[in-house]
Ligand binder design. Structure first.
Ligand code: PLP
Length: 379
């Protein structure tokens, strides 16, 4: 049996009811729901029942601020650099609306990026979208970005971790290409946040987006948007909401002055239930210790890759551990059927095209990986 670091983190397993009844290896789609988040949700419901609308002003707005502060702390940012949006797509739309494409009309993305990241600019007839190709379908070497970015480029936008292969990008090449050409640099960190360190300034991102749904264990309904302080003023959205207005509670509708902070990119009333469940997820992370959680995911991934190799099964994953994260794609002729049959055995994984997709989180164990391998052998 391999040694996975920080076995003490397995104490958090009791926090997650699904882990008591299932082998849950699908955190890259949806992180497990914790008792902590359920407790928070109970508090939210109780306040709604007892206080009605006054819960808004007295408590829910405070929780929204608390969530933004928690994200800021986790990402080594200022609270004023964080906005909440209903989804990553919503956050990206707001950013896409803020860029002037008249002088620079090119946006450079990667062919491995999640569709919603690319759609923001494919939806705009005034923008030329350039997709940086991948040779192996797994990753992109950092030096490649320079070949595609030029003085016509308004924005370089790509993923920190590719959803399709779990590949951790070395973002230095994309960031430098953007800087050298005076373009903005945006990172979609949805598959990164909660499984590797996120520090937008350290990767030289002007904009960084992620959300609580997956590795951060907070459920659907919100996204987190970071905009670097120095960039906020120059990015003036052309889609708007009253949450983005400077004096929101003045209710003026004869003029619009955007907030001076990243809150200008907010898109209306946030999903308060998710604010509560997200707080539960982030709290558990902070208690587990992010670095320990990340080390555990890396070790569980290495262990699982070794097990798949022993079976001689094909994988779509980087062979370099530094580029690997907890998203492991195992080739299967009928991946959809395999995933259904594994679910019948209470093993929850996912599929993408001809691959079974497995994603261990810090709360998983090496035994669960072995159960998965054994079950996949049988189906
Ligand atoms: C990397 C990445 N970006 C964006 C999204 C979609 O985000 P949203 O549904 O919040 O728009 C996903 C969802 O799976 C994703 O994996």
């Amino acid at each position: 049996m391999s040694t996975i670091p920080h076995p003490e983190l397995e104490r958090f397993r009791t926090e997650f009811p699904i882990l008591q009844t299932r082998t849950y290896l699908n955190s890259c789609s949806l992180g497990a729901l914790s008792r902590r988040s359920m407790g928070y949700l109970g508090e939210y419901q109780a306040l709604w029942n007892t206080m009605g609308a006054s819960a808004w002003y007295e408590l829910w707005m405070g929780r929204i601020g608390q969530l933004k502060q928690s994200v800021a702390t986790m990402w080594n940012a200022q609270e004023s650099e964080i906005a909440l949006s209903p989804s990553v797509s919503g956050a990206l739309s707001s950013i896409a609306s803020s860029i002037d494409y008249t002088k620079r009309n090119k946006v450079v993305v990667a062919e491995l990026d999640f569709p919603t990241l690319v759609y923001q600019w494919l939806a705009r007839p005034d923008v030329e979208v350039v997709r940086v190709p991948s040779d192996d379908g797994i990753g992109i070497p950092p030096e490649r970005w320079a070949q595609y970015v030029d003085e016509r480029t308004a924005l370089v936008a790509t993923s920190h971790v590719f959803y399709s292969t779990g590949y951790i990008q070395d973002l230095s090449g994309a960031a430098k290409a953007a800087r050298d050409n005076g373009a903005l640099f945006l990172v979609d960190g949805y598959q990164a946040a909660g499984q590797i360190t996120v520090d937008p300034r350290a990767v030289d991102a002007d904009i960084y987006v992620a959300g609580p749904l997956k590795w951060l264990l907070g459920g659907p309904g919100l996204a987190f948007l970071y905009v670097r302080q120095e960039r906020i003023a120059e990015l003036r959205p052309t889609i708007a909401s009253w949450f983005g207005a400077r004096d929101q509670f003045q209710f003026r509708n004869d003029e619009l002055e955007f907030r001076d902070d990243a809150g200008r990119f907010s898109m209306g009333t946030p999903a308060v239930p998710t604010v509560y469940t997200a707080l539960g997820g982030l709290e558990i992370f902070a208690e587990a210790g992010q670095e320990k959680a990340y080390e555990r995911i890396a070790a569980l991934t290495a262990d699982l890759v070794g097990l798949v190799d022993e079976q001689g099964w094909e994988m779509k994953i980087s062979r370099e551990p530094a580029h690997r994260s907890g998203i492991i794609l195992v080739r299967h002729d009928d991946a959809a059927r395999a995933v259904r049959q594994l679910a019948d055995r209470n093993i929850i994984v996912d599929h993408r095209a001809d691959y079974v997709r497995v994603s261990p989180h810090f709360y998983n164990t090496p035994d669960e990986s072995r159960m998965f391998i054994e079950a996949l052998r049988q189906v």
